[in-house]
Design a protein around this ligand. Sequence first.
Ligand code: GLC
Length: 436
Amino acid sequence: MKIDALQKAAVEVLRRNDRGTFTAPSPRQYPHLWLWDAGFTAIGWAALGDFERAYREIRAAMRGQWRNGMIPHVVFYGWPSAYFPGADIWRSDLAPEAPKDLPTSGITQPPVLAFVVWILFQHDPERQRAEAFAREAFPALQAYHRWLHATRDPDGIGLSCIVHPWESGMDNSPLWDLPLSRVPAEGLPPYQRADAHWVPEEQRPRRSDYDRFLALILHLRSHQYGESGVRSSPFRVYDVLFNALRHRSEEALLAMARALGEPSGEIEEWLERSRAAFQTWLWDRERGFFLDWDGVAGNRIPVIASGGFLALYAGLATSEQAQEMVDRYLRNPAAFAPDGGTRHLVPTVSKMEPGWEPRRYWRGPIWINLNALIAHGVARYGFHELAQEIHQHTLDLIARSGFHEYYDPRTGEGLGIGDFTWSAALLLGWELLSAQ
Ligand code: GLC
């Protein structure tokens, strides 16, 4: 398929999934608003020149913001639905900080909004409108990042922890196998999953993971999603992807503060602290890779997952570290590169990991958003050919299998739900995501 035809098909997916106020990631599988999806989707609308629609997407996400600054990972527009766990499980109404008139989840997701708003600001040809929107969004984004630094750094290490695997966006990654194994899942109320209705179960998280996903929600809910629930959470991980995107967003906040004439000292401090923290806590010299830090166990999680490459997107690696990660992992056929067994870039987990499963959700398949962020990450360090290759692989996957949620790195087969919004949005907005 030619690129024009692909773009036309992508526009159709976006329009079909558009609910007016927000764009559903998939009207059947994910009928509400998800935080990082909203960011990627706005990039797609902007690529089409529809900045008004892009701003509406961001506003819809920010509309769910809690009084303490948190922006939730799901805003339940269109509730009730068949989605599980829905607003009746999350019960944000029990939390004094939550919006009164709009049900949301009680956790967040990778903080992409600030850098997306900065991208929109830079590309909107109508400068007055761009500035007005940036002025509107800036205080909300700043409050969100303050919350990420204050409430989410209980160990005081300069990074933000996640207290549920869903906050990473990579729900059932092998990264969580160890930390999740410590989450007690006895005595759960009976529940019915809805996610394996449209998608074969072998492509979705296991039941044992779901039990723990639910147990963690119930733990946090019993603390009204407040600070005490974070401190006592049996799952507390400082994730590379999450914190790299936080840093990238704070680079954007700094640029925004300067453009708008707002004070920037606090943001500069954040940036300095996380730059140091990435080296102290997350860089693993022996493995030559950025690894997640398990706050409960007090050690790095020894799993090589592609989220590690996002340190490059945020400019957090030295050039030597970037070179080592590319040589030892991204270009290595035993890890992420094609080897005959796999033919496509970039599997979400290194093939050397015992937990690698090429068809199961975040345990190996290729996801388009990560491909885009990794490609721009390596480009930031001068690996332009590699960035180009990842882009080409992405186009080939979409041409072969359509806008799937994820793809089998061996065959390129589309997996999960079809007509997935961010796969379409990022085909359109790939270049806009550049980190340079
Ligand atoms: C799944 C994905 C998550 C995404 C959501 C909506 O939970 O793991 O990353 O945001 O679906 O698409």
